[in-house]
Design a protein around this ligand. Sequence first.
Ligand code: AMP
Length: 176
Amino acid sequence: MKTLYDAIRTVPNYPKDGIMFRDITTLLSDARAFMTSVDALVQHHVSDEFDLVAGIEARGFIVGGALAHRLACGFIPVRKKGKLPAATFAQDYDLEYGTDTLEIHSDALTPGQKVLLVDDLIATGGTAEAAIKLIERAGGEVIACSFVIDLPDLGGRAKLEAMGKPVLTLVSYEGD
Ligand code: AMP
């Protein structure tokens, strides 16, 4: 049987030497693999009571949008700096070289709303941690975090769990 691993393409040395890029575009274009992924996330979260799914730009919008629809939740985008039109909160986070900034609309949430954070992949966890800080600054409560892919050696999952956030991932690549 074809697995989710078979549907994910690995592109060596992208975007730079030494990185094994785990490309989900091949999973998204495979109807069965896309459905299987979303179904697995839905099954895990169906009895959780979220108000909102937050997706991280850009691949987190695709998985998060599908999940929000299936869980009958609203969706909020966590975007790269300068993309959102209204007033925002901003959060810097570290990249391997330098920093980047994520933003959400400052009125994206009503205080106390329960949020499921979604992205395609967790590596060091810096991106997800920045998204959690933004959601919590806006008054939301991040109840859980879900990703299609885990790179456990980079420690992101452990970092979010140390923050008290339950983490679900569907596939895991050790040694990256
Ligand atoms: P991090 O902040 O280190 O957890 O990185 C997670 C973000 O970077 C996610 O939005 C991923 O889409 C992207 N990313 C990091 N490493 C990879 C990789 N090896 N393959 C694909 N995407 C990656």
